[in-house]
Design a protein around this ligand. Structure first.
Ligand code: ADP
Length: 484
C-alpha cells in the first residue's frame, strides 16, 4: 500500500495520544484488505489503561483549546480541511485498501468527510448565546454556550473517514477535545487523519486516536471514566443500547447514530428513470453498506413491472471488483459475515415466496464478493422487511394504496432515512409528513451533506450530525442569572 501513496507517511500504524505516536501495550492487530484478504499492516493495539491515559491528556489539553477564540480554532480546522483535500487521493487509496469501496467513491468520502471540518470550523465563530428579558426589574438572564469537555467516539467501518470527522469537527469547533476509537476493521483512515491533524497544528491532546481490537473494554472505559463528558457512537442499535446502559451510570450525554431500515417508495406518478437512478445510488452505494441505504423498495402496482425491468438492467450493468481497479462500481463486502447475512436474507425471502430477478449468488471473485441481487415479490413477513441487510440486495415489494404503503414503511423499530418518488404535490406533502423518519429524501436517493441535520428517530438514534444543529450536541447551555 505504501508504494502507491504519494506521501507514505500517511500510513501510520501507531496510536496518536497527546501529540505522541505510541505503541500498543497489547501489541498489534492486523488490518486486512477485504478485496484480497491479505494483511495490509499491523496496527497498535491499546490497552484500556492507555485509553484512560489518552482521556487524561485530552482533559488537560481541552482547557487550553477552549480558551482560544472561535476564529482561532476555525483557522486551525481550516488547515486540517485543506490538508485533507490536498491528500484526498492518498486518503482515498488507504480507505479503499482497508474498506473495499471503489477508489472514486473513497475519494468522494474524503471530500464529504473534509466538508464537516470546513463547515464546523466556520461555525466555531457562530456559537451564539442568548439574552432573555429578566423576570424581575433587577434581573438579567444570559445564556452561554460552552464546550461540554472531552468527547469520545466509537465508529464503524463503513465510512472510516467521514464517521469520525462529522463527530470530531463539531467537537473541536465547539472547544471540546476528542478521543476516537475507530473500528478495528478500518483504523488506518483514522490514523491518517491524525497525521494531518498534527500537521495542521491541532494542539497535542486535542485530537487522539486510540485503536484497539477490544471494543467492549474501550466502550466501558469511555462510559466509566469521569474525564469523558460526551459519548458519540455510530453503529448498530444493539451496541448503541449497550453503550446507553453503560453511560447511564455517569448520566453521560450521548449521541447515537444507529441502524436503519430505509423504505424507498416509488409511486405511480414518479419519474421512473429518476427513481431508478436514485434507487441504484441509494441501494448499491458502498455495496449496500450504509445505514441510509434503501432496505425495502416499495413500488406501486401500475409501475412495478416497468421499474423491476429497468432496475434489473441497471443492476446488471454494475461492475464488481477490487475497488482499486479501474472502472469498478461495486467492491467487496467488509467480511465473510456480511456476505452470510445477505445470503440469509435471500434464503429467507425465497423460502417465503420471493423470486430472484438477478444475482443471488456469491461472486466468483472471492469469498467477500457477492452478486448485486434483486428479489421480487417480497412481503412484510420476510427478514428483509424487518432487518437491515447491509449488502447488495434490492428487495421489491408491490403495493396498491398510499395509506397502506405508509403503514408498511413505518412498521419498523427504526426511523433513520426514508425516500419516495412522486410528482403530485399534495401527495409529496402528505407522505413526507407521515413517514416516521429523521430524514426523508423526496425524488432523490442521496441525502448526505454537512449542511443538513442527519439523524434518526425511534431506535435509530439520538441527536443530529451536520448543520448548525450538529454543534449543539457538543455544547452545554449555561443560564446566568444576574442581579444588577
Ligand atoms: P457494525 O455492524 O456497523 O459493525 P457495530 O455496532 O457492531 O456495527 O460496530 C460499530 C462499532 O462499535 C465498531 O467500531 C465496533 O468495534 C464497536 N463495538 C462493537 N461492540 C461494542 C461494545 N460492546 N462496546 C463498544 N463498542 C463496540
Amino acid at each position: 500500500l505504501k508504494s502507491i501513496l504519494k506521501d507514505p507517511e500517511l500510513l501510520a500504524t501507531q496510536a496518536y495520544i497527546g501529540g505522541q505516536w505510541v505503541d500498543g501495550d497489547n501489541g498489534t492487530f492486523p488490518v486486512t484488505n477485504p478485496a484480497r484478504g491479505d494483511v495490509l499492516t499491523e496496527v497498535a493495539d491499546l490497552s484500556r489503561a492507555q485509553v484512560a491515559g489518552a482521556i487524561a491528556q485530552a482533559e488537560a489539553a481541552q482547557k487550553e483549546w477552549a480558551k482560544l477564540t472561535g476564529k482561532e480554532r476555525a483557522g486551525i480546522l481550516r488547515r486540517w480541511f485543506d490538508l485533507m483535500m490536498e491528500n484526498a487521493e492518498d486518503l482515498g487509496k488507504i480507505l479503499t485498501a482497508e474498506q473495499g469501496k471503489p477508489l472514486a467513491e473513497a475519494i468522494g468520502e474524503v471530500g464529504y468527510g473534509a466538508s464537516f471540518i470546513e463547515f464546523f470550523g466556520e461555525q466555531a465563530k457562530r456559537v451564539y448565546g442568548e439574552t432573555i428579558p429578566g423576570h424581575q426589574r433587577d434581573k438579567r438572564i444570559m445564556v452561554l454556550k460552552q464546550p461540554i469537555g472531552v468527547a469520545a467516539s466509537i465508529t464503524p467501518w463503513n465510512f472510516p473517514n467521514a464517521m469520525i470527522t462529522r463527530k470530531a469537527a463539531p467537537a473541536l469547533a465547539a472547544g471540546c477535545a476528542f478521543v476516537a476509537r475507530p473500528s478495528e476493521e478500518t483504523p488506518l483512515s483514522a490514523l491518517a487523519l491524525a497525521v494531518l491533524a498534527e500537521r495542521a497544528g491541532i494542539p497535542a491532546g486535542v485530537f487522539n486516536v486510540v485503536p484497539s481490537v477490544n471494543a467492549s473494554e474501550i466502550g466501558k472505559e469511555f462510559c466509566e471514566n469521569p474525564g469523558v463528558r460526551k459519548l458519540t457512537f455510530t453503529g448498530s442499535t444493539q451496541v448503541g443500547r449497550i453503550l446507553l446502559r453503560q453511560a447511564a451510570d455517569q448520566v453521560m450525554k450521548c449521541s447515537m447514530e444507529l441502524g436503519g431500515n430505509a423504505p424507498f417508495i416509488v409511486f405511480d406518478d414518479a419519474d421512473l428513470d429518476a427513481a431508478i437512478e436514485g434507487a441504484m445510488m441509494c441501494k448499491f452505494r458502498n455495496n449496500g453498506q450504509t445505514c441510509v441505504c434503501a432496505n425495502r423498495i416499495y413500488v406501486q402496482a401500475g409501475v412495478y413491472d416497468a421499474f423491476a425491468a429497468k432496475l434489473k438492467a441497471a443492476t446488471e450493468a454494475l461492475s464488481v471488483g477490487d475497488g482499486l481497479a479501474d472502472g469498478v462500481t461495486t467492491g467487496p463486502l467488509i467480511n465473510d459475515k456480511a456476505v452470510a447475512k445477505v445470503q440469509d436474507h435471500i434464503a429467507d425471502a425465497t423460502a417465503k415466496g420471493g423470486q430472484i430477478l438477478t444475482g443471488g449468488q456469491p461472486h466468483d471473485l472471492g469469498s467477500t464478493f457477492f452478486q448485486p441481487t434483486i428479489v421480487t415479490g417480497v412481503t412484510q413477513d420476510m427478514k428483509v422487511a424487518q432487518e437491515e441487510t447491509f449488502g447488495p440486495l434490492a428487495p421489491l415489494f408491490k403495493f396498491e394504496d398510499e395509506d397502506d404503503v405508509i403503514a408498511m414503511a413505518n412498521d419498523t423499530i427504526f426511523g433513520l432515512a426514508s425516500y419516495f418518488y412522486a410528482k403530485d404535490l399534495s401527495r409529496v406533502y402528505k407522505v413526507a409528513e407521515a413517514l416516521e423518519y429523521g430524514i426523508v429524501g423526496v425524488n432523490t436517493g442521496i441525502i448526505s451533506t454537512e449542511l443538513g441535520p442527519f439523524g434518526g428517530v425511534k431506535q435509530s438514534g439520538l441527536g443530529r450530525e451536520g448543520s448548525h444543529h450538529g454543534m449543539e450536541d457538543y455544547l452545554e447551555m449555561k443560564y446566568v442569572c444576574l442581579s444588577v
